[in-house]
Design a protein around this ligand. Sequence first.
Ligand code: SAH
Ligand code: ZN
Ligand code: ZN
Ligand code: ZN
Ligand code: ZN
Length: 422
Amino acid sequence: GPALLFVKTSQGKEEGRRFYACSACRDRKDCNFFQWEDEKVSEERLAAREEYNRNHQPSFTHRQNVERYKNFVLLPLSKRRFCQECQQLLLPEEWEKHLDHQFLCDISTAQLKSPSQLLYPLENKKTNAQYLFADRSCQFLLKLFTDLGFRRVLSVGTPRLHEMIQSKASQEEDFRIRSLLLDIDFRYSQFYTEDEFCHYNMFNDYFFGGEAARETCRKFLYEDNGERVIMVTDPPFGGLVEALASSFKKLMTMWKETGKEGHDNKEMPMFWIFPYFFESRILDFFPSFSMMDYQVDYDNHALYKHGKTGRRQSPVRIFTNLTPSMIVLPVEEGYRFCTICQRYVSSGNQHCEICNSCTSKDGRRWKHCVLCKKCVKPSWFHCNNCNCCALQNHSCEKTGAACFVCGKAGHKRSACPSLPGT
Ligand code: SAH
Ligand code: ZN
Ligand code: ZN
Ligand code: ZN
Ligand code: ZN
């Protein structure tokens, strides 16, 4: 899809030079597209780029993959193979081409219903970084949506949540929630129809399936017989917040346009799942959002597992435009209701009389600094040099450049005080 316009700033200069680069890949190793904004592109280079794009298409279209799936499920168990190297379901006539590849045999219906377990998680840190929800977090989200009366879930980059909804819907008679998955991971097109999955780039709001796919999404957002929709997204954490926010606003607009009078001043309900240290960035773009204390857990992320008895705590939270008091957090997992703040908080999150709010972001008890006029992490001390609170062993001289994680000056991303454990 369309590239994004970036700006290269060099120190000391007011204005930087603008250039286009790939929206999805932050690492130039993954996609080397680069073009100055004012660059004149020759016919040859344009042709070469088009040629390159043609040669880098998936081997099957979504439509073809749907046909293949239909044939695949008709096969007896003994003939159902999945090539782990190509990440592809194999039909018997294709076995020969994959003989020296590792493959799985006897792919069951249950396995086909849990593609996120069958496919290996893409781990490229800057591009895909698939961190799959732990079962308890996935169950928590789904139960919450059920209790709040939602009937449709637009799953943007949440394949595991989508899969849980799909398999419940096929197994339980009275389960009425439907889900549409939007994700850039095209491997999922092998398992879902065009009404269940759209190949989508959330950094530029691009539907690879064109107008037909966009229409599928629009139809899904149309609230028939009062069936309420919520959008859930869990983008890669290296993602640019402004690019994501701009796409999500477009999806919100799409929802708004499907409604009649009913949607007048309302926003599409949304859960944006992201680390807490992006709070101010997200609120810049979505002032109606608030951050919940719930810690989202992941299966394949050693750092981001729920903190009980010495394990690391997850820094990942839910940002939502729903009324905080409606988001009931499980008492048995250590949350309580603060009657003053009118929201559920971590049990360690003490209400600060001076801030008049439950101020902890990471679940630990924070302390109020009268000089900073706010609550800070328990490990911080007020530094008279820097005129703010920081870790005791911080170095006072400023580095100038802003930190990649929190956007504040004074430290590099590796030393960011927002990261867990500091
Ligand atoms: N916790 C979620 C997965 C989050 S990982 C779950 O368990 O369901 C981030 C997801 O975003 C992955 O599924 C990844 O494929 C997807 N993704 C990464 N970059 C994307 C992009 N540019 N557009 C759309 N989806 C993207
Ligand atoms: Zn193969
Ligand atoms: Zn409180
Ligand atoms: Zn305070
Ligand atoms: Zn201070």
